[in-house]
Design a protein around this ligand. Sequence first.
Ligand code: ADP
Ligand code: 5GP
Length: 204
Amino acid sequence: MKKGNLFVVSGPSGAGKGTICAAFAQRRPEVFLSVSATTREPREGEVEGVHYYFLGEEEFKEKITQGDFLEHAVYCGNYYGTPRGKVMEVIESGRDVILEIESDGAMQVRSRYPEGIFIFVCPPSLQTLEARLRGRGTESEEVIAQRLEKAVQELGRAHKYNYLLLNDDVEAAVRRLEAIVDAERCYMPRNIGFINDFIKNKEK
Ligand code: ADP
Ligand code: 5GP
């Protein structure tokens, strides 16, 4: 059975990862959007098991020790991690998976799962990023400043990704993500199994 692809959507906080992935998931329900674990407090309207698995710090650390995360990172004072078991199970079943994670985690996945496809979401400018982050209204000024500082570091690693996903306009950005997913499904090195089966059937 052909394995699913692992798409890693990353980039600075406020770049639009959540917005783009949510819209993408609506259009492409066949793709599994992974639900991360975090020690951060839930925001208003966030639902356990839908947006995140909200854990205490001790519980999170225990899961790290048990190797339960494909990757994990501390981001602005909170832990975030991708549940390894679920993601691997879905990939093995042949379904594509999307991780929406920050860049330390993306780089961990890159070294542990190099066949992944790494996508860097970027707004048109740092000024736009700041305006969107502030406009979201979910963080204090102090946290916004921390996240912007972190954004500059994250941009320095953009060259390690396979694709730049410019988020000027949401609709255009979602279409670009769909194009990347479709192209990667057609990429020949991921389809050698199909060709081999084709040849075998011809010989029968
Ligand atoms: P991230 O998940 O990367 O932290 P979000 O998806 O939460 O970013 O987006 C940050 C803010 O910017 C949100 O308020 C969102 O509605 C807004 N936003 C996202 N993409 C765009 C866009 N293309 N144009 C205008 N606003 C956007
Ligand atoms: P937020 O607090 O805004 O939900 O997320 C903060 C940052 O953590 C965002 O950049 C988000 O993409 C990232 N993030 C969410 N889940 C994970 C995860 O499982 N692992 C890592 N490394 N980052 C994550």
